[in-house]
Design a protein around this ligand. Structure first.
Ligand SMILES: NC(=O)c1ccc[n+]([C@@H]2O[C@H](COP(=O)([O-])OP(=O)(O)OC[C@H]3O[C@@H](n4cnc5c(N)ncnc54)[C@H](OP(=O)(O)O)[C@@H]3O)[C@@H](O)[C@H]2O)c1
Length: 296
């Protein structure tokens, strides 16, 4: 029997072995590439800095048109000017995603302007490192509101239109922090686990309508994140360049990959933690992070 997949091993193998070594294709769009983004509107949250700004630049490089949102309008305007000078059509909508009304306002701004958002990049996020018992409650809740609630609201607003059009791409910024609980960064890690699980759940729901959902799970990445969150302990061993994370994320999204881990270390640790008792992981993480949390 010929081998229709052109694999360099015979296809008559025990079914379990074949399942382990054959790449799983979720749908026909697995081979899609970033040229699919050309001419489409992409909404990027948290586009004023870090990974979001770079995702916007790279989507523009793929020919997408951009709607940039975040709180710092001066930064968004500067990025819009940079992209416009290269021929990209760009709109700016300043909004604070800590406000539950903001997603609806962003959605209405795009609808009023007649923009069909085919690509939704749920990137805005923040963390708060430190002992939970002394952490400002507003900062704890802001992580839940921005990282989770606003992301769900935006997805709920834009997904129906994508389903109607039978096309769409949603990138959700999770993290390697989503693979295990993190003492002294507990709300953040839990919010990222929520993001990843949400992405995986709706991905399986909307795939039949041609809508692809990807959870991008970076490890430590160069950005303002660590100074804002005070989680400098996680950048001590080096950070991945923002441009690399954004490129790998966008390529994964174009291919319809459900989970994208852009760093080799992230791929390794997310695999290893599956086999370790969670109490062991949290015991060691509490020791390591606790030292810094109690001295800073
Ligand atoms: N850097 C990392 O190591 C790393 C690793 C894994 C995952 N991530 C995730 O990647 C995403 C981007 O983080 P980053 O590293 O690029 O951090 P960053 O440089 O601090 O950028 C965060 C972005 O989120 C926006 N944002 C924060 N609070 C907001 C609010 N209330 N309303 C609207 N926008 C808000 C910020 O814009 P304004 O301040 O202008 O509002 C900024 O554009 C986050 O979801 C983060 O959890 C980061």
């Amino acid at each position: 029997m010929s081998n229709p997949l052109h694999l360099n091993y015979p296809i008559h193998r025990p079914i379990g072995v074949q399942f382990l070594i054959t790449p799983i294709r979720y749908d026909e769009t697995a081979m899609a590439n970033t040229t699919d983004f050309k001419g489409r509107w992409a909404l990027v949250t948290g586009a004023s800095a870090g990974i979001g700004a770079e995702l916007a630049r790279q989507l523009a490089g793929c020919g997408a048109k951009l709607i940039l949102t975040a709180r710092r309008k001066d930064r968004l305007d500067a990025l819009a000017a940079e992209l416009t000078s290269k021929g990209t059509d760009v709109r700016v909508v300043a909004a604070d995603l800590n406000d539950p009304a903001a997603p609806q306002q962003i959605y209405e701004a795009t609808e009023a302007a007649g923009l069909e958002v085919d690509i939704l990049i749920n990137n805005a996020g923040l963390g708060q490192f430190g002992a939970f018992q002394t952490s400002p409650i507003d900062q704890e809740l802001a992580q839940v509101r921005v990282n989770c609630e606003a992301m769900v609201r935006l997805s709920r607003l834009f997904v129906p239109r994508m389903v109607e059009r039978r096309r769409g791409w949603i990138l959700i910024l999770a993290s390697t922090a989503s693979f295990q609980p993190l003492p002294y960064f507990a709300t953040y890690a839990a919010s990222k686990a929520f993001d990843r699980f949400f992405a995986l759940g709706i991905a399986a729901e909307v795939a039949r309508y041609g809508v692809k959902v990807t959870a991008l799970c970076p490890g430590p990445t160069e950005s303002e994140f660590f100074s804002i969150s005070r989680a400098t302990i996680f950048e001590e061993r080096g950070v991945q360049p923002t441009a690399e994370v954004a490129r790998i994320g966008i390529e994964g999204l174009a291919r319809g990959k459900r989970t994208v881990l852009p760093s080799a270390e992230g791929r390794l640790t997310s695999f290893i933690v599956r086999f370790l008792p969670v109490t062991l992981i949290t015991h060691f993480m509490a020791k390591i992070s606790g030292r810094q949390a109690h001295t800073s």
